[in-house]
Write a protein that binds this ligand. Structure first.
Ligand code: ZN
Length: 210
């Protein structure tokens, strides 16, 4: 869990306020030249604050140049432009998790207008509000993930954490396992336990093949 959110300078706060007053502000404005300095502030802060660890796959990439890291909007900037610079809506994530998560919906209630500040407002493991290990057992980060809660399952599917098996074993991602993880997300009761066991069995079998 991230303890310290990014702090903006007085000039940066002013820039953000002016931006949010624009009637035509959209998520696409993130690419504007005017925000390059503030993006540097955000990225440098969270890389260090997170100990160079991705909040979704839990892999540590101890790289000081910026190439492996994306600034991650937990609620996508295309969905809620008003949260684009909210410090608790920001962190860094590895490019693969950020790309897989893309603009997918993570809010329990997508119609929320004000920034949701509680863990239970989110379907995904929230880097600022959740303890990762309560939701996913990453036995070996980058290899084997076992969901402990629905949030854990949602995060595994949404960020395609099972992509790692595909990378290790073959060129193509392991579609079958990813599909099964998706089914697990919608399963209830006894079926849930059966599917989870099957998922873990298949993952272990894949590892054994290698
Ligand atoms: Zn990652």
């Amino acid at each position: 869990m991230i303890d310290n959110e990014v702090r903006y300078s007085a000039e940066q706060v002013q820039l953000i306020e002016h931006f949010l007053e624009r009637e035509n502000a959209t998520g696409n404005d993130w690419g504007n030249e005017e925000f390059s300095e503030i993006k540097g502030t955000i990225k440098n802060h969270y890389k260090v604050e997170q100990g160079y660890k991705c909040p979704y796959c839990a892999v540590v990439y101890p790289v000081t140049h910026g190439m492996v890291w994306d600034i991650e909007h937990i609620v996508a900037k295309d969905k809620k432009v008003q949260f684009m610079f909210e410090p608790r809506n920001l962190c860094v994530a590895c490019k693969d998790c950020n790309g897989a998560k893309s603009s997918k919906e993570v809010l329990v209630n997508p119609t929320r207008v004000r920034f949701p500040t509680r863990s239970e407002d989110y379907n995904i493991i929230h880097p600022h509000f959740d303890d990762y290990h309560e939701h996913i057992n990453a036995i070996t980060p980058g290899q084997f993930y076992r969901p402990l809660t629905e949030k854990g399952e949602f995060t595994i599917v949404t960020c395609r954490l099972l992509r790692f098996y595909g990378v290790v074993q073959r060129e193509q991602p392991e579609q079958e396992i990813n599909d099964l993880a998706r089914v697990l997300l919608n399963a209830e009761g006894a079926a849930r336990g059966l599917i989870e066991d099957e998922l873990v069995r298949r993952i272990m079998a894949k590892r054994g093949d290698n």
